[in-house]
Design a protein around this ligand. Structure first.
Ligand SMILES: Cc1cc2nc3c(=O)[nH]c(=O)nc-3n(C[C@H](O)[C@H](O)[C@H](O)COP(=O)(O)OP(=O)(O)OC[C@H]3O[C@@H](n4cnc5c(N)ncnc54)[C@H](O)[C@@H]3O)c2cc1C
Length: 567
């Protein structure tokens, strides 16, 4: 089956929904499709807890320059500063728009939108809706999107490929899960908003759906991935599940303590303490653990996150979700006892290479949100800058795609292309037999990533990791999908996702091994210093059948020369 739209947006998280609204507002005559493998209000963005950074209080001492500086310093100077400067100026408008559209932001006593402290932000600028910020943001955008008759949704459709001819986008193919039919979507412009790749790791805060599909598909189509070696480890994943305990817990005044009861952050970041950026805090916690100052448990070592001094009223008012999650999943009420936490894989700083207008190297193809690397986070994202990024660059992508589509005619895709994709999926992939299980391969992939590409990395271990990933890729050629039916075949989807993750893991691994320095979240014990002379540059990974080919491009510096990072 074949359908036509002016713009196809893949992904219905914060970035995709924001893009759809922006495109619909740009021109009510454009036909806009949103494709997503999960129902929109089950997208991963609903998990965002702590908040969204924005400068709202210049009268009280905040400024765009301060937000930009915090972001650039937090990025360990790898962010493109022109994009950061644009980003910080645009986000306040998004906060007010969401306010107008009904987002229930938490308020101060004087009725103004409340803001809280977050790591690496030198002003309390994180706007929030209790600790359910993402949920409320997604619901607000979702409800708003229903007002535009020119937005059509395809819920539970799984993207399988991009169609590109003469370096110009022609459309995408996706499986309708309910029927198993392959649908050809022809479009003048496409926006990828498919989120990050966090399920590469086993101990992670991500939902199971975050498997890097859009990144991997773009990469296989020849579009470079940027800065993939930089993966964020959030300091406070609940042990043993990895469920996130938001940075808001420390923003509201929580302490981290080792088994001697010490607030050890005073050794590592004496000024910012628990509110240093995530790379700094996660490394400090891991060091405490490997040097034997963590608590022991049957689920491994952990650090205590102590909120008991905040009191029940504040915890209930500001952190109700965390309290509920802790009670449900570990049977601990944070009002009474500290929570067991340790660093956890949390955010993909890298992604599809775009410029600051969300344009990829392919004409008519845009990318926004966590799937993209614009790049404003560089080597380490500051907490609450990601939902902000989705809103700002989701809007930009929607507007740019609309402008592009208004200038173009729809070009038809040949039937052969559709037939080839159908054959690839159903005959060559679903139809083949083999003796490997995608579930086993995924399990082993997670083990390699958790071991060899974690917080502290070494050349030797990473080399071993690359070898193992390549063995897994070989074994993957031999997977068999047990369920052979087409309708709602979750086995098939899982096997696709594992294939995507194997390619992305190889990119993360090869980029990390090549970068012989420590910067932001990429810390090498064998190269412990930042090396601006050789490495103040972005990595670009291009697909080749033998593995990623790397190139480098300069970082854009406008105002802020790299200096030593102290907190
Ligand atoms: C637990 C947690 C808490 C967080 N809290 C915060 C916070 O407080 N503040 C902050 O700034 N950031 C936070 N983050 C980060 C932030 O939530 C994410 O970076 C952001 O929400 C990503 O949004 P997105 O729109 O790019 O992607 P997502 O919300 O992941 O949406 C991706 C969409 O793409 C669709 N999709 C994916 N693959 C396919 C496919 N093959 N076919 C069709 N559709 C597909 C999915 O169905 C989904 O609709 C948090 C992250 C985690 C893990």
């Amino acid at each position: 089956m074949r359908v036509q739209h002016d713009i196809v947006i893949v992904g219905a998280g914060l970035a995709g929904l924001r893009a759809a609204i922006a495109a619909a507002e740009k021109n009510k005559n454009l036909s806009i499709a949103i494709i997503s493998k999960t129902y929109p209000i089950r997208c991963h963005s609903v998990c965002a807890e702590g908040g969204t950074a924005a400068v709202l209080r210049e009268d009280e001492g905040d400024s765009f320059d301060l937000h930009a500086w915090d972001t650039v310093k937090g990025s360990d100077f790898l962010a493109d500063q022109d994009a950061v400067e644009f980003f910080v100026r645009e986000i306040p408008r998004e906060i007010l728009l969401l306010d107008n559209w009904g987002c229930p932001w938490s308020r101060r006593e004087d009725g103004k939108i409340a803001q809280r402290a977050f790591g690496g932000q030198s002003f309390n600028r994180t706007v929030f809706a209790k600790d359910r910020t993402g949920l409320h943001e997604v619901h607000t955008l979702y409800e708003r999107s229903l007002m535009y008759p020119n937005i059509v949704r395809y819920d539970e459709y799984f993207l399988t490929n991009l169609i590109i001819e003469d370096n110009e986008i022609r459309g995408v193919t996706a499986i309708e899960l309910k029927t198993g039919d392959l649908i050809l979507f022809e479009a003048k412009a496409v926006i990828l908003a498919t989120g990050g790749a966090g399920r590469l790791y086993g101990f992670t805060t991500y939902s199971h759906q975050v498997t890097g599909d859009g990144m991997a598909i773009a990469y296989r189509c020849g579009i470079p991935l940027k800065d993939m070696e930089f993966f964020q480890f959030h300091p406070t994943g609940l042990v043993p599940s990895g469920i996130l305990i938001s940075e808001a817990a420390r923003g509201e005044g929580g302490y981290l303590r080792n088994k001697f009861g010490e607030r050890f952050m005073e050794k590592y970041a004496p000024e910012r303490m628990e509110l240093a950026p995530r790379d700094v805090v996660a490394r400090a916690m891991w060091k405490e653990i490997i040097e034997g100052r963590g608590f022991e448990s049957e689920h491994g070592a952990y650090i205590a996150l102590d909120l008991t001094h905040l009191g029940e009223e504040k915890i209930e008012e500001r952190l109700p979700l965390i309290r509920e999650a802790a009670k449900k999943f570990v049977g601990i009420d944070p009002v009474e006892e500290p929570l067991p936490v340790r660093p956890v894989a949390h955010y993909t700083m890298g992604g599809i290479h775009t410029n600051m207008w969300t344009e990829t190297p392919v004409k008519g193809l845009f990318a926004a949100g966590e799937v993209a690397c614009v790049s404003i986070h560089g080597a380490n994202r500051l907490g609450s800058n990601s939902t902000a990024e989705c809103l700002v660059f989701g809007r930009v992508a929607g507007e740019k795609a609309a402008e592009y589509a208004m200038r173009k005619d729809l070009k038809h895709v040949s039937n052969e292309i559709y037939k080839e994709e159908e054959k690839r999926i159903y005959d060559e992939f679903l139809g083949k037999s083999g003796d490997e299980s995608p579930y086993q391969i995924k399990k082993e992939l997670n083990e390699v990533m958790d071991k060899c590409f974690w917080i502290f990395r070494t050349g030797e271990e990473m080399k071993e990791g690359i070898k193992k990933i390549r063995e897994l890729k070989e074994r993957y050629k031999n997977v068999e999908i047990v369920d052979k039916k087409r309708r709602f075949n979750t086995d098939l989807i899982y096997a696709f996702e594992v294939g995507f993750m194997l390619d992305l893991a190889e990119v993360v691994a090869v980029c990390a091994y090549a970068r012989t320095e420590s910067r932001g979240a990429h810390y090498r014990l064998d190269y412990p210093n930042r090396d601006d002379e050789n490495w103040l540059k972005h990595s670009l990974a291009y697909y080749t059948p033998q593995g990623p080919k790397l190139e480098y491009i300069p970082v854009k510096i406008t105002k802020w020369k790299p200096v030593e990072r102290k907190y």
